[in-house]
Write a protein that binds this ligand. Structure first.
Ligand SMILES: [Zn+2]
Length: 201
């Protein structure tokens, strides 16, 4: 049995995704062995990210300040919006360099089994964004994950968009992405191809 502070660190680390109890113990002992400066830098980085990083008021991507870098960037095409599940999905899409529009982060995917309904996602905020005449949107790309919940979310949002703005082009990433896996793990070439080959739904 470990001393209480070690046990506490192990139990906090084991809450991280993909970190089981054994790995949490290994990380805890690594932190114990590291210099006080390194350990303090880790603690400070965690504290700072929670204090300084919030969600963009427009697209709900991660932002330092009220708006994210993409919404702040005047060169990004405001007439195309790519809808993703999580802020972590923006990064692989950006890496493909295929996309120059804006984003909208839903904050998850529909999953009635887990109690995640349309009201729990930022779907209403997407519709509100499209309704604001500030910058007319001509295309919405549904880039939710190629999983059951991601597909259900894309279908739901596509239907909602068709109902509200029939003239809007709604597209979905081309197939070829590994089914059942997250966008995050798709390689750049495959994701880039899926992007350029997107089709109307
Ligand atoms: Zn933004």
């Amino acid at each position: 049995m470990h001393a209480a502070p070690i046990q506490r660190l192990v139990s906090e680390l084991s809450k991280l995704p993909g970190i089981g109890n054994r790995t949490a113990q290994r990380l805890a002992f690594f932190i114990l062995r590291s210099s006080p400066e390194d350990a303090a830098a880790l603690a400070e980085a965690i504290r700072e990210v929670k204090e300084r990083i919030g969600l963009c008021e427009v697209c709900f991507n991660l932002a330092e300040g009220p708006r994210c870098r993409i919404c702040e960037d005047g060169r990004r095409d405001p007439t195309v919006i790519c809808v993703v599940e999580e802020p972590s999905d923006v990064i692989p899409i950006e890496r493909t360099h295929e996309y120059r529009g804006r984003y909208h982060v839903l904050g998850g995917a529909l999953s009635p089994i887990d109690g995640i309904d349309p009201e729990d996602l930022r779907i209403a905020e997407l519709y509100a964004r499209l309704a604001s005449t500030e910058s007319p949107v001509r295309e919405v790309v549904l880039a939710t994950n190629p999983t059951t919940t991601g597909e259900a979310t894309a279908l739901h949002v596509a239907a909602g968009l068709r109902e509200r703005s029939p003239e809007l082009v709604v597209t979905r990433l081309a197939s070829g992405l590994p089914v059942g896996s997250d966008l995050e793990y798709a390689d750049e070439v495959t994701l880039g191809r899926a992007f350029s080959g997107r089709r109307a739904v």
